[in-house]
Write a protein that binds this ligand. Structure first.
Ligand SMILES: *Cc1c(COP(=O)(O)O)cnc(C)c1O
Length: 428
């Protein structure tokens, strides 16, 4: 049995049929933007391996920080023990995040950080004597992870609500913000969609602990970019109704949208933020849930006084070391310039796709480029032709999209955009 045969027979891949997994590539090396297959074929990782590898794979500064940490202490439990990497990473995060958002809970993946944020919200409301507030509000088209509670706040149609109906707790959905990122804002609550949120919070706020959103960019739920004005309005409505605001910056954080965080476009500060994906520059799994002081002290000063969560690998030192080195890169390189250059080159080079039949929209925000198709895109076709185009793309639903590493050169990016436009042309 070849390694690929074994894989096809025994290994589950994400959202992939184990009986019919489709084309699969055996990758033996990932360096910079390049993935190398066992037969030497190279492909640019235009997905940054799902938003993560923003500085490129196998970054020398990150891997050497990890090697040093590995020799010292790969892991110790975080209950009753602490360590320099956790403390040092804490310093970096506190200085990067807005004032007042500074009580850090480390966890092992994005979905878990969402679970922790939702728990914190319920515990905070309980601490304030509002124990009926156990439900959540969100917008349609969102994605917050695959664990049970996170799944319940994902889009009810394109998420997994149909399949798990009955097993998922009911949450409250309002329509996706109507005004796109680059369109003109209007304060009319019907036209901007905030009216629906207001109506929900007015009638159900006694049951709602928090509103959870991906700020400005909805990722896996549809690659939609909405107007920062909506976020500002949502913040004000949450405040008026005693509802906490949780921002899921797992995909948008660390420069991807052109701002350090998605929330910066709106100058909004949440009560709780979720970070993940690019936190370690794509080198090892790690996430964090960061709460404001009032949320943290509210939980701390009431029964049971602790956040009811404690991952075994909480604050894993190896992951902390990777994250510190990754965050250092944001100081050492001009990431704003890199992202801006990627955005303007994508504007130029994806524009021709607008004229292709079957293309509904082409949109770019920061280092995210999307070609939205009328029909569903066949992921297997993209995977099949990747070795030939030298570009690794993983389209889903109606979208052919990329979020390349910030270090992608102009020549490399031209290959990515060409592969996207040609895929769009062949997809109708
Ligand atoms: C990927 C993602 C998650 C889940 O993170 P995992 O590390 O895959 O558990 C949650 N929210 C958003 C916005 C994401 O993009």
């Amino acid at each position: 049995m070849t390694p690929l045969d074994f894989d096809a027979r025994h290994l589950w891949h994400p959202y992939t049929n184990i009986s019919d997994p489709g084309p699969m590539h055996l990758i033996t090396q990932a360096k910079g933007v390049w993935l190398t297959r066992d037969d030497g074929v190279r492909m640019i990782d235009a997905m940054s391996s799902w938003w993560c590898a923003v500085h490129g794979h196998c970054h020398p500064a990150i891997t050497s920080a990890m090697q040093a940490q590995l020799a010292q202490m790969p892991h110790v439990m975080f209950g009753g023990l602490t360590h320099e990497p956790a403390i040092e990473l804490g310093h970096r995060l506190v200085s990067m995040l807005p004032d007042g958002l500074d009580r850090i809970f480390y966890c092992d993946s994005g979905s878990v950080s969402v679970e922790v944020a939702l728990k914190m919200a319920v515990q905070y409301q309980q601490a304030k004597g509002r124990s009926e507030r156990t439900e959540f509000a969100t917008i349609r088209g969102g994605y917050h992870g695959d664990t049970w509670k996170a799944m319940s706040v994902c889009d009810p149609v394109n998420g997994m609500h149909g399949l798990f109906r009955g097993a998922l707790s009911i949450q409250h959905f309002v329509p996706r913000p109507t005004i796109a990122f680059d369109k003109d804002w209007t304060d009319d609550p019907v036209a901007n969609g905030l009216g629906a949120l207001e109506a929900l919070l007015e009638t159900k706020n006694d049951r709602i602990a928090a509103l959870i959103l991906e700020p400005v960019v909805q990722g896996a739920g549809g690659m939609y970019f909405y107007h920062p004005g909506w976020l500002r309005g949502a913040r004000a409505l949450c405040d008026a109704h005693g509802v906490l605001l949780i921002l899921d910056e797992i995909a948008t954080g660390f420069g991807r949208t052109g701002a350090l965080f998605g929330m910066d476009h709106a100058d909004v500060v949440p009560d709780i933020i979720c970070l993940g994906k690019a936190l370690t520059g794509g080198h090892i799994t790690m996430a964090a849930t960061v709460a404001s002081e009032p949320v943290a002290s509210g939980i701390g000063e009431s029964e049971p006084g602790v956040v009811m969560h404690g991952p075994t690998y909480m604050a894993n030192p190896l992951a902390c070391a990777a994250a510190i080195a990754s965050l250092d890169q944001f100081k050492q390189r001009d990431w704003r310039y890199e992202v801006r250059e990627i955005a303007s080159q994508m504007e130029r080079e994806l524009a021709p796709a607008r004229k292709l039949p079957g293309v509904v929209d082409v949109r770019i925000l920061g280092a995210i480029g999307v070609i939205e198709m009328e029909g569903r895109v066949d992921t297997a076709v993209a995977h099949q032709r990747a070795p030939e185009t030298g570009v690794w793309l993983r389209p889903f639903a109606h979208n052919i999209y990329c979020m390349p590493p910030y270090i992608t050169t102009s020549d490399e990016l031209s290959r990515v955009t060409a592969a996207m436009v040609s895929l769009a042309g062949d997809m109708r």
